[in-house]
Design a protein around this ligand. Structure first.
Ligand SMILES: [Zn+2]
Ligand SMILES: [Zn+2]
Length: 472
């Protein structure tokens, strides 16, 4: 099966050019400049399919480096399965996800990983890889880290938050970082001072402050900036590569910026919710409504002016990636677990379907360039997590993961509009995008076209990853 994408503008992290793209089977065979007949004068007649991309952008499929399908949290499970979540991702132009396998304290790392393989295998619509959460750092789990690197899991997430659940103390973090420094893997850090936060939460509840907004007010920016600084210092001490996930506080990114200026191997991501949503506009809505937007790190106050700074840090590459931290929970029966006690609201927002659109809006709004859009949503995540050039670029030999994006189109996000995630509401209700995902091709298969879905459950393959390609 060959597909010729004609007349589009191919966007990469480094530029935009007019070119046709020839797909042969699951791979990209060639990029052809206008008028170039070296591959044949009549490719259009020879191709099995021709897609006209006139007036549209042709971009590498999105790589979402941070999702949580079926994650157990707070007595329930994230509501998207690998099947529903990867299907929604494909609808929105994301063709690769990296999800987090979980090891809890007292569990073998290999068993946690095997459970994740079992959930994903045969269910995914798009290709997928794993990071490994290490919830219990000890001699055995440290040894397992070396084994996992050989199996293509080259990044390990630790938590400075959630004492008693996923939390690691500084000594445990230090030991895991020493292992990472030795085997070349990346430490991913949830950087919030969890023991301080737990005291603030208990004090708020004791004062009868139970509404969802207190989720944010008990996780102030200082707790993120402090933990970020501590993680960076421990990484410096050990020489481990460090990637801070879901950054929302400008002060935390400022700490990261200083370390990057000193050329350490430290990186940061943010998520669409921190670029667009806030304490005032979403989380602090009357009654229990705000529970829809309880996630950690939390949505922060508009008055503190984080959003403009996060966009700026994306422009300056102090923030390298936009991932979703997709962790959906339904309002009924899931978010409602926290009625009368915000600390029992499952933490997470569903966004895997909307990331490409939401960040494209940043191009329209002149926050970032067209090329930077592709870089922070596809190319950099692929390079950061050892998948490039198989993923993250339109180049001969790369997987044929391609999105044809229409800048003249329009996307209305909402539960009764564009919404394929397994949730009973949209955290993005009413958002409108000045662009549209027209066609999505995942490893050579057209999965979305003319607002119809043609993907296949089980076609997504497990991706064995190499080490990060950014390390110096
Ligand atoms: Zn986290
Ligand atoms: Zn997460």
């Amino acid at each position: 099966m060959t597909i010729l994408i004609k007349n589009g503008r191919v966007v990469s992290a480094t530029g935009t050019t007019a070119a046709d793209v020839l797909i042969d089977g699951e791979r990209i065979a060639a990029l052809i400049s206008p008028g170039d007949t070296s591959l044949g004068a009549n490719l259009e007649a020879e191709a099995d399919r021709v897609i006209d991309a006139s007036g549209k952008y042709v971009i590498p499929g999105g790589v979402d480096a941070h999702t949580h399908m079926e994650l157990p949290f707070g007595g329930t499970f994230a509501s998207d399965t690998f099947e529903t979540g990867t299907r929604a991702a494909a609808w929105g132009g994301t063709t690769t996800i990296l999800d987090f396998a979980v090891q809890r304290q007292g569990e073998r790392v290999q068993d946690g990983l095997a459970a994740w393989h079992a959930k994903a295998a045969g269910n995914c619509h798009i290709d997928y890889g794993f990071h490994q959460i290490i919830g219990g750092v000890d001699d055995e789990s440290l040894k397992a880290m070396d084994e996992l690197v050989d199996e293509g899991i080259t990044s390990f997430k630790l938590f400075m938050a959630y004492p008693g659940v996923f939390y690691s103390d500084d000594g445990q973090i230090l030991r895991a970082m020493q292992s990472a420094a030795r085997n070349g893997s990346m430490i991913m850090m949830h950087a919030e001072n969890g023991t301080a936060i737990d005291v603030l939460v208990a004090q708020a509840l004791a004062e009868g402050k139970t509404d969802p907004k207190y989720h944010s007010l008990t996780r102030p920016w200082e707790t993120e900036a402090e933990a970020t600084n501590r993680a960076i210092m421990l990484a410096r001490l050990t020489g481990a590569p460090l990637y801070i996930v879901h950054m929302s506080a400008k002060q935390a990114v400022s700490v990261l910026q200083s370390a990057k200026d000193d050329a350490w191997n430290v990186f940061g991501e943010t998520c669409p919710q921190y670029l667009y949503l806030s304490l005032e506009d979403q989380l602090a809505q009357p009654g229990f409504e705000g529970a829809k937007w309880v996630c950690s790190t939390p949505l922060r106050s508009k008055a503190e002016e984080h959003q403009a700074e996060l966009w700026r840090y994306l422009r300056t590459n102090d923030l390298s990636i936009v991932s979703t931290d997709h962790c959906p929970f339904c309002f009924k029966e899931q978010k409602e677990l926290g009625l009368g006690d915000f600390s029992k609201i499952p933490n997470g927002i569903g966004s895997v379907e909307h990331r490409m659109d939401l960040i494209y809006q940043g191009v329209v709004d002149r926050q970032i360039s067209l090329e930077r859009w592709v870089e922070i949503t596809s190319t950099t995540p692929a390079r950061m997590f050892g998948l490039y050039p198989q993923k993250g670029v339109i180049a001969p030999g790369s997987d044929a993961d391609i999105v044809i994006y229409n800048p003249a189109g329009r996307t209305e996000i909402g539960f009764h509009k564009t919404h394929h995630m397994n949730m009973d509401h949209s955290a993005w209700e009413g958002f409108e995008i000045d662009g549209h995902v027209d066609t999505v091709i995942a490893r050579g298969l057209v999965v979305v076209e003319d607002d119809q879905y043609h993907g296949v459950k089980g076609r997504g393959k497990y991706l064995k990853r190499g080490l990060s390609q950014y390390l110096i």
